[in-house]
Design a protein around this ligand. Structure first.
Ligand code: ZN
Length: 160
């Protein structure tokens, strides 16, 4: 998989019929900046080349959206905007575009459990600009969760 930073990518990979990039790009860059702030607060290694959103390219096909994630010892944070393609052969795009943000924490069972989702925000949008602004809302929500969150409260009930 090749990761292409948002700023180096083509917004038409996510929004093929985008006529006017300006406002959409501005909103995506605002979300990107907020996610970098989340990454900085987590103080863990970033999952991305530059700490923000990337397009992913697999077998020459670029994802129909952008993803960012950051991992720390006590939490993994993921934010995404795109069309939920089912597999590598699915070449559809939005509308609708989905936006999601998630916080996952490791489980006491360690490697036996992939971790638990403790907070998430998802929404669906019919225009590129609404989706891009939705991503700003989602990354702002994440930033608030990470900045104000009592991380102890994220501890899941142990699973059996
Ligand atoms: Zn578990």
């Amino acid at each position: 998989m090749v990761s292409i930073p948002l700023a180096a990518g083509d917004l038409r990979w996510a929004f093929p019929e985008l006529a006017d990039e300006g406002a959409v790009r501005a909103a995506l860059l605002e979300a990107d900046e907020q996610f970098r702030a989340v990454t900085a607060l987590l103080r863990g290694p970033t999952g991305r080349p530059d700490g923000g959103f990337c397009f992913d390219q697999v077998d020459g096909i670029v994802s129909a959206g952008v993803t960012a994630f950051a991992e720390a010892a006590d939490a993994t944070v993921i934010a995404w905007l795109g069309f939920p393609r089912r597999c590598g052969w699915d070449l559809r795009w939005g509308p609708p575009w989905q936006v999601s943000a998630e916080i996952e924490v490791p489980c006491d069972r360690g490697d036996d459990c992939a971790g638990h989702l403790v907070a998430d925000l998802t929404d669906s949008y019919l225009t590129p600009l609404a989706a891009a602004r939705g991503l700003v809302t989602a990354t702002g929500w994440l930033l608030g969760q990470i900045a104000d969150g009592d991380r102890e409260s994220w501890r899941p009930e142990p699973c059996d």
